[in-house]
Design a protein around this ligand. Structure first.
Ligand SMILES: Cc1ncc(COP(=O)(O)O)c(C=O)c1O
Length: 351
C-alpha cells in the first residue's frame, strides 16, 4: 500500500550509545560511568524519600539544588540551568543558541551527539579537523561561525585544551555563543566556569553522570549568564516544564553536598588512570595523555577491532568506533583497580 504520509515524517539517524549489558559478570568499561557507587548520602536520601510525595509535580525552580551548585562553583543561583542529563542541557542549548546561517564549529573527532543535534534542528555545521595527534587547535576557531561547541577534555580522546586556549576561543568569538562541554573536567583540567562572569557569550555544561557517579539519575547543568539563561529557560518551558524528577533532584542535592566523598572518588580514578596509561604503554600500546575517566589507546601490534572482539569474548566491554581516523583505537573507561588488572591480564594473553 502506498505510504501517503511518508513525506511528512522527520527521519533522522540517532546517536547510538554504548551497550548496557544485563550480565552482571561483565566488566563494563564502555560508557565512561564511575566504577564506584555515589555518595552514601544519596543512599540515605533515597531510602528516606517519602514516596507519598511522588503524587506531586517536582519543584519547578529546584532552589535548594541550585543553591548547593552555586556555592560549589562560586556563581550566583540565577546562572544555573538544570536538565535531564547534560545531553538534554546540550540539546536545548543547541536549539536555543545555534540559529545562524553560518555554520556551528566543532572538532571532527568529538562527542558524536553534536552532529546528531545539528541534523535534528537543521543547524549548519562544520567539523574542524584536530591535529594528527588529535589536539584541538584553538586558532582554527577564529573565523566566522554561528556558534562553537568544544568538549574539554575532549571525547573520545581524553585530551585537555589549556584554560588559556579556551579563553582565547571565547574572546575571539564575541558574536557567537561558545559552549564548553565539561563532562570530564573533574578528572584533571581547570574549569572555564570562572570565565562565565567575564564573557557573556560563554556557556559551560556539567554533569552528575561521571565524577559524581549518578548516570542513572540523569542530571546535568549549565552555568551561563542570567540573560542567556532566560532564553534557554523559555525554550525548555516550551518543551517540558518538569525535566527533572523529585527523586533525582534529592539525589543530586545530596551528592553535591558531599565534597569529601567526591574528592576521594575522583582521586582514585585519576590514580588508576595514570597507572593504566603506564601499563598499557609498557605492553605495546600508545595511549593519549588523558585528563578524563577514560583512555584512548592504540596497539602497535594488533588491530583495535580484533582486540575489541577478543575482550568482549572474555566479558570485558570497551568502546570501539568504526570511524575514519579513529578506527584503530579503543576507548577504555577507567574501572576499579581490580577491573583494570583483569583487562591488562587479558590484553597480555591476547598479544
Ligand atoms: C562529552 C560528553 N558530553 C555529554 C555527555 C552526556 O552525559 P549525560 O547526559 O549523562 O550528562 C557525555 C556522555 O558520555 C559525553 O561524553
Amino acid at each position: 500500500m502506498e505510504r501517503k504520509w511518508i513525506d511528512n515524517i522527520k527521519i533522522v539517524e540517532p546517536y547510538i550509545p554504548g551497550e548496557q549489558p544485563k550480565d552482571e559478570n561483565i566488566i563494563k568499561l564502555n560508557t565512561n560511568e564511575c566504577p564506584y557507587p555515589p555518595s552514601p548520602l544519596v543512599n540515605d536520601a533515597i531510602k528516606n524519600f517519602d514516596y507519598g510525595n511522588l503524587r506531586l509535580y517536582p519543584s519547578i525552580n529546584c532552589d535548594r539544588l541550585k543553591s548547593i551548585i552555586s556555592e560549589n562553583y562560586n556563581v550566583s543561583k540565577d546562572m544555573i540551568f538544570l536538565g535531564n542529563g547534560s545531553d538534554e542541557v546540550l540539546a536545548l542549548c543547541f536549539m536555543t543558541f545555534f540559529n545562524s546561517d553560518k555554520p556551528v564549529l566543532f572538532p571532527d573527532i568529538t562527542y558524536s551527539f553534536y552532529d546528531v543535534w545539528c541534523k535534528l534542528y537543521n543547524i549548519k555545521y562544520e567539523k574542524i579537523p584536530v591535529s594528527d595527534n588529535f589536539e584541538i587547535i584553538s586558532k582554527d576557531y577564529f573565523k566566522e561561525n554561528g556558534g562553537i561547541v568544544i568538549a574539554n577534555p575532549n571525547a573520545p580522546t581524553g585530551l585537555y585544551l589549556e584554560f588559556e586556549e579556551i579563553e582565547e576561543i571565547v574572546k575571539n568569538n564575541e558574536k557567537s555563543i561558545v559552549i564548553i562541554d565539561e563532562a570530564y573536567i573533574d578528572f584533571g583540567g581547570e574549569s572555564a566556569v570562572s570565565l562565565v562572569n567575564k564573557y557573556n557569550n560563554l556557556v559551560v555544561v556539567h554533569t552528575f553522570s561521571k565524577s559524581r557517579a549518578l548516570a542513572g539519575i540523569r542530571v546535568g547543568f549549565a552555568i551561563l549568564n542570567s540573560e542567556l539563561k532566560s532564553y534557554l529557560e523559555a525554550v525548555k518551558n516550551s518543551f517540558n516544564s518538569y525535566t527533572l524528577n523529585s527523586l533525582s533532584i534529592t539525589a543530586a542535592e545530596k551528592s553535591m553536598s558531599d565534597l569529601e566523598y567526591f574528592q576521594k572518588c575522583r582521586e582514585k580514578i585519576i590514580s588508576t588512570r595514570n597507572r593504566t596509561i603506564n601499563i598499557l604503554n609498557s605492553i605495546g600500546f600508545k595511549t593519549l595523555n588523558s585528563k578524563s575517566n577514560f583512555v584512548f589507546t592504540t596497539c602497535q601490534n594488533q588491530k583495535a577491532s580484533y582486540l575489541y572482539e577478543y575482550l568482549k569474548s572474555k566479558k570485558i566491554i570497551v568502546r570501539f568506533f568504526d570511524k575514519p581516523r579513529i578506527n584503530n583505537y579503543l576507548r577504555i573507561t577507567i574501572g576499579t583497580d581490580y577491573q583494570m588488572d583483569k583487562l591488562f591480564e587479558e590484553l597480555k594473553n591476547c598479544l
